[in-house]
Design a protein around this ligand. Structure first.
Ligand SMILES: CSC[C@H]1O[C@H](OP(=O)(O)O)[C@H](O)[C@@H]1O
Length: 346
């Protein structure tokens, strides 16, 4: 697999692969202000729960590096403003908050250090979050691989590949490892309306890795399952509640219902950083609602009448009872999730 780093930081600027330009252009943005980073996260120039967390970690490191406060109390106050600002960019992917919390803890754990040293420590911690994520996604790939057999066809939704993480991705990680080990795995990729992450990003990523991928519209998923063409569904996630209810890209819940109807395993691939034990059920997961124009003017072309009412939730919640297993870096978790997820955090 050709690894593309979608988020980098050199101490003065964050370099982001602009995912809104794919698949036609590979454009890298040089982000030097917090507003530009906030906008990049909100506009999905950087996207995917783990990648959002990594970008936010570099965001507070960048913001801290630009602070002029020379003593801890005022430095910390300004730092909190930076962190709270980035936390307001998108509400659903818990990795954003997990990364910001880890960075703030690092700052507080080093409050007796000199300010210049604190700034370097924050940079190092953000690098560690990225490095950890690459190892975590590799481990998710290894565990996910144990669920795959040569000749299987998988269906996936949205984009959960290398560009959404530090490497390999989550749901795509086992697919990449299978390819690297010479296994014959085929993939149906849902285009994933309205922003088409599946068509624009997953199809692009998998073709670059020479994986056999077939693009379908979201509405075709039912038919390919009905025709017996899908051996398993594997998706990513943005937040898993303590009982296993899972928020993921809009359309995921429908796939889970279809998978149950057709007796097809439904797997969720998730780093522990996307499991939110503070949120007890899916009903409490904040679901981002996005602008009407993403639907009425999909990618710039008007396809609906002016003034039409629109509902545009970016995510939905799959009840835990529809999930066959959750693939994490610590192993494959099955129901009862309330019991089995808790064990991961002891
Ligand atoms: C490993 S990516 C997880 C998750 O993030 C995506 O959402 P978005 O494209 O809005 O950032 C999608 O829900 C993926 O499954």
């Amino acid at each position: 697999m050709i690894h593309i780093e979608s988020v980098k930081y050199d101490g003065k600027k964050i370099i982001l692969l602009d995912q809104t330009k794919l698949p036609l252009e590979e454009v890298y943005l040089e982000i030097e202000t917090l507003k530009d980073l906030w906008d990049a996260i909100f506009e999905l120039k950087v996207r995917g729960a783990p990648a959002i967390g990594i970008a936010a970690a570099y965001g507070v490191a960048l913001g801290a590096s630009q602070l002029t406060e020379t003593e801890y109390v005022s430095f910390f106050e300004k730092y909190e403003e930076i962190s709270d600002y980035l936390a307001s960019s998108r509400p659903t992917a818990v990795n954003l908050f997990w990364a910001l919390n880890r960075m703030k803890k690092t700052l507080m754990d080093n409050k007796n250090m000199a300010i210049p040293d604190i700034k370097q420590i924050l940079h190092n911690e953000a690098d560690a979050i990225k490095k950890d994520d690459a190892e975590i996604c590799t481990a998710i790939g290894e565990y996910g691989l144990t669920l795959l057999q040569d000749g299987m066809t998988l269906l996936t939704h949205c984009n959960t590949g290398g560009i959404a993480t530090a490497k390999y991705g989550t749901a795509l990680a086992p697919i990449y490892l299978a390819k690297e080990r010479g296994m014959d795995i085929k993939v149906f990729a849902d285009e994933t309306r309205p922003l088409l992450q599946g068509a624009r990003l997953t199809a692009w990523e998998l073709m670059k890795a020479d994986v056999d991928v077939t693009l379908i519209t979201d509405s075709m998923a039912a038919m390919v399952m009905q025709q017996g063409k899908v051996d398993a569904v594997i998706v990513g996630c943005d937040r898993i509640a303590a009982n296993g209810d899972t928020a993921n890209k809009i359309g995921t819940y429908g796939l889970a219902v279809l998978a149950q109807k057709h007796n097809i395993p439904f797997y969720v691939a998730s780093p522990l950083s996307t499991i939110d034990m503070e949120t007890s059920t899916g009903a409490e997961i904040p679901i981002e609602e996005r602008s009407a124009t993403e639907i009425t003017h999909g990618l710039g072309k008007q396809t609906a009448p002016d003034g039409v009412k629109v509902f545009n939730p970016a995510f939905d919640v799959t009840p835990n009872e529809l999930i066959t297993a959750i693939i994490t870096e610590k192993g494959i978790i099955q129901a009862p999730y309330s019991e089995h997820l808790k064990v991961l955090f002891v």
